[in-house]
Unconditional design. Structure first.
Lengths: 278, 219
């Protein structure tokens, strides 16, 4: 007697798939497609001119710098927090987990405003900063702070469940075998979390490069100086320079596609490794 | 509670769940810190010494093998993390790994990964790994708890034989009295954080010291 796995009736499955694909198609593929179409509609020449424009180049460079600072910071923090949360119990653990999730529930604009409120000319630390000739808001430090805040949770959130499930067994074994804390971390913990870590870093980076709201508030929109790529797209659009706006936006769309491809590759490798380990 | 174990002895910590036997073992290992009391290895007070520096070997109930390393790399791990001055040469390490694989009767499995082994094989690898650094004391936490009865009996014999050959002081935790009596020189019966009796299997069975021991042993 053979067995057949329980499945929903064919009609239901078809309907669900249709709805899913339609939703993905309209909400995701259509906008992406439209950006690419509009960007290249008037030829590669104009596209190239738009992305090599000095202000555009400056925006690209700024985006890369902000990401290059924010992502490593949040990675280190994320790993440390996930380690503490998953391997130890301590008072305030629940609170820490809730705080890590906070940036997800706060509107990005509010996040940006908080920094203006703290470090702006009329802010809490404004006078002190002015006395010491330090510029945070409307400058790179402000952009980095805002980006770090909104991308805070990505790495930690990816690692906490992973490390919780993995437990302390292998680390304890390494300790009994004479490995120091650091050795244990590098040779045992890191290899075990590498896919979750890469995945978290990937998401963190995508968000860091694409963030608009929080960065917009602290940026001051100084052309050529404090505009990241998303802000530059807005500037171009407001100038009715649609082709240029879409051209720069297409770079961000390209980032999205590359992120998606890398994410899928990581998932595929991870699943293969999980199967092998079972 | 107070426990004194002689060098080279094979001791079992026997008791029901929650009796504190695993906690006691982990305190000996340095994986847990007692609120009061001291631990001595010989006349060395190791209470403040971290687990990595106590010179112990630990075998976990669920193996805790390093999944991303081969069997040989697992066994060699304790040797590869030694300080440069103390670390044996790569050739010496390889020789030692082969020696240990032979000791636990898995001579050709060095290149495999833990996921490719059976439960009994994994526990043998864990044992070999724990013995690699020639520990003063070998600690085993319900080492056969996750294995079926037949494998359990096989490994029981293997463990006894290894103990006989190496003579390393061993302490193992179990809730299975048959196992405790078969393997250990002396058995400590624990109940709710207290040692009810610490004697040879014969003495416990013929002269139980308390009601609890009497009931626990005759079940």
């Amino acid at each position: 007697m053979g067995t057949r796995a329980l499945k929903a009736p064919a009609g239901t499955r078809a309907a669900l798939l249709l709805i899913t694909f339609a939703y993905v198609g309209v909400m995701l593929l259509l906008p992406l497609g439209a950006i690419l179409f509009e960007a290249f509609r008037q030829g590669i020449g104009l596209w190239w001119a738009a992305v090599t424009d000095p202000d555009a180049r400056s925006a690209i460079r700024l985006t890369l710098i902000v990401a290059a600072i924010s992502v490593p910071l949040n990675t280190v923090f994320g790993v440390a927090a996930a380690w503490a949360i998953s391997k130890y119990s301590f008072p305030g653990k629940g609170l820490l987990v809730a705080l890590i999730e906070l940036p997800f529930s706060v509107s990005p604009v509010v996040s940006g405003l908080v920094f203006v409120m703290l470090f702006g000319a009329n802010g809490w630390f404004g006078p002190w900063l002015e006395d010491h000739d330090i510029q945070i808001v409307f400058a790179l430090p402000g952009l980095v702070l805002a980006t770090v805040f909104v991308t805070f949770p990505y790495v930690a959130r990816q690692l906490i469940p992973l490390m919780t499930v993995q437990g302390r067994g292998e680390e304890e074994a390494a300790l009994t075998l004479g490995a120091s804390g650091w050795r244990t971390f590098w040779r045992i913990t890191l290899p075990n979390i590498r896919f979750g870590l890469l995945y978290g870093v990937l998401l963190c980076n995508a968000r860091a490069m694409g963030e608009f709201g929080a960065v917009s508030v602290v940026s001051g929109h100084i052309r050529g100086e404090t505009n990241t790529m998303p802000l530059h797209v807005e500037v171009l659009y407001n100038d009715y320079n649609f082709v240029a706006a879409f051209s720069v936006a297409s770079l961000l769309a390209l980032l999205a596609i590359v992120t998606l491809a890398l994410k899928s590759a990581l998932e595929w490798r991870y699943r293969a490794e999980l199967e092998a380990r079972r | 509670m107070s426990l004194e174990i002689a060098g080279g002895e094979f001791v079992a910590l026997l008791g029901p769940s929650g009796s504190g036997k695993t906690t006691l073992l982990r305190i000996l290992a340095g994986l847990e810190i007692p609120e009061s009391g001291r631990v001595f290895f010989g006349d060395r007070d190791v209470t403040a010494t971290p687990a990595s520096k106590r010179g112990i070997g630990f075998v976990f109930q669920h193996y805790a093998l390093f999944g991303h390393m081969t069997v040989a790399q697992n066994i060699a791990f304790g040797l590869t993390v030694m300080s440069r001055r103390q670390r044996p040469s790569p050739i010496e390490i390889r020789r030692r790994v082969e020696q240990l694989l032979a000791l636990v009767q898995l001579p050709d499995l060095g290149g495999r990964y833990p996921s490719q082994l059976s439960g009994g094989q994994r526990q043998r690898v864990a044992l070999a790994r724990a013995l690699a650094r020639e520990p003063e004391i070998l600690l085993l936490d319900e080492p056969f708890g996750a294995l079926d009865a037949k494998v359990r009996r096989e490994l029981r014999g293997a463990l006894r034989a290894i103990h006989e050959e190496l003579g390393v002081t061993s302490v193992f935790v179990t809730h299975d009295q048959e196992e405790a009596f078969a393997l250990a020189d002396r058995v400590a019966v624990l109940n709710a954080g207290r040692i009810e009796q610490f004697a040879t299997a014969d003495a416990i069975q013929s002269q139980p010291a308390t009601d609890f021991v009497c009931q626990f042993v005759t079940e």
